[in-house]
Design a protein around this ligand. Structure first.
Ligand SMILES: [Fe+2]
Length: 344
């Protein structure tokens, strides 16, 4: 008799045949006893009664054997049942322990993943801080360009966000725009800081800075995706840019170009005052489509004028209009028009 577990729980099925046998033997014993009592007459047919008595006795013995067999079977079954229950209990315990171990492992993996993410973030920040320090060192040479790359990078980030760039594009853009002028590190000060108009030869040297910048950082694997921004931030949609005269310019380089130009125009230079917001805007809208991508230029000014972060980012710009309202005219526009073509 094996214990079984079904929908009703754990139980033992005793074979029907055994029950029938026990019932039959019990009836036989009862019948033998009844016959013995009814027909017992010591003087008559003693032999017959003796046979009947022996039959009753035999049946009783058989019944006892059957009961004994059944009870020993029952005891074995009960033992199996208890073993099975113990095993099941053990299995449940192991299952619970396994679940606890899995939970602990999950918590550990999750903690390690968080730690890894934190370390990655720290590493990324450290990398960006290193780039910023490098750029700050470069720009500290000249008070006129101090902070230029950081401002450009901030605006490229805002514009990138505004037009819905992906996180991956944003990272490439931020690194590239921070380093866009890194090639100026090799340009002599007398050219870079010349307070007057540049000669053609001097301008040719200045025009080398995008390619020089690319060369400086091309061996840093993490900066590879940003190289196009560095090399092509002076390219123009009309093909008159440098160093390659491209017309099909990558979007991130075009974004950098717009922000770079706006910061150059609204910053003071040795040869001119900083333009006001309206002057720079009018100037850039005039050349939009030729010198810069038109849609990006429009999106840039829209972002500056309609977002709080954009407006706050212009606090250093002269003639900042009241938030959301931009004055149309600019008196000094013409005097700056000539210069804007060679802003570097
Ligand atoms: Fe540049």
């Amino acid at each position: 008799m094996e214990p079984v577990r079904d929908g009703k729980g754990l139980r033992v099925n005793v074979p029907r045949l055994r029950w029938v046998a026990i019932l039959f033997l019990t009836l036989l014993v009862i019948l033998a006893l009844v016959l013995l009592l009814v027909f017992y007459v010591p003087e008559q047919a003693a032999m017959g009664y003796l046979v009947l008595g022996l039959a009753g006795l035999g049946a009783t013995v058989l019944l006892l054997i059957a009961v004994f067999a059944l009870s020993s079977d029952y005891l074995r079954t009960q033992k199996r049942l208890l073993d099975l229950l113990a095993r099941e209990k053990e299995a449940v315990k192991i299952e619970q322990q396994s679940a606890e171990i899995i939970l602990e492992l999950n918590a550990l993996v999750s903690k390690q993943t968080e730690e890894q993410a934190r370390l990655n973030e720290e590493l990324r920040n450290l990398f960006m801080e290193t780039i910023r320090a490098l750029v700050a060192t470069l720009e500290a040479r000249d008070r006129y360009t101090e902070g230029h790359s950081v401002r450009v990078a901030n605006w490229t980030k805002m514009l990138g966000n505004y037009i819905g760039l992906s996180d991956a594009e944003m990272e490439v853009l931020e690194r590239g725009s921070l380093l866009h002028d890194i090639g100026k590190i090799g340009i002599p000060d007398q050219i870079l800081h010349k307070p007057g108009r540049l000669t053609e030869e001097e301008f040719a040297v200045i025009k080398e800075h995008p390619a020089r910048g690319e060369k400086i950082v091309e061996h840093i694997r993490q900066l590879s995706p940003s190289l196009p921004v560095i090399r092509w931030h002076h390219e123009r949609p009309d093909g008159r840019g440098y160093p390659d005269g491209l017309t099909d310019i990558p979007k991130l380089a075009l974004i950098t170009s717009v922000c770079d130009c706006f910061d150059a125009m609204t910053s003071e230079r040795p040869y001119r005052q900083a333009m006001t917001y309206s002057e720079a805007k009018s100037e850039m809208l005039k050349v939009a489509g030729n010198q810069h991508d038109k849609e990006l230029t429009l999106a840039f000014f829209e972002m500056l004028e309609t977002t709080e972060a954009g407006y706050r980012s212009m606090q250093h710009v002269p003639g900042l209009p009241p938030s959301g309202v931009v004055p149309e005219n600019n008196a000094r526009l013409e005097s700056h028009h000539e210069r804007s073509e060679i802003l570097v």
